[in-house]
Design a protein around this ligand. Sequence first.
Ligand SMILES: [Zn+2]
Length: 111
Amino acid sequence: MKRRRRINTRSIKKIARERIEHLLELAKAVFSTDSNLAQRYVQLALRIGMRHKVRIPRSQRWQICKHCHSLLIPGVTCHSRLRNKREPHIVITCYKCKNYSRYPYKVKKQR
Ligand SMILES: [Zn+2]
């Protein structure tokens, strides 16, 4: 007897991505009441991403500290500054580990 067909990797990745987004939403929601739980959600999201080789969506990637993996909430756990040296970028400083990350952004040319 044949075993049930495996779900293709594409749909697994889709589910993984949805889970990651959901977990990060949850993390933000519970952060004000339980920061430890929020931290766990973030770690879970990262682990799912690693296991399924799914990247954290760009819109949410900057919300996690690259160095200590804590949730970054502007004004609460991090602060962000815009810089224009060389190329426009945003600098996010994490209060927890005092490290900062740079994220370049593109300026849309106006005609
Ligand atoms: Zn950090």
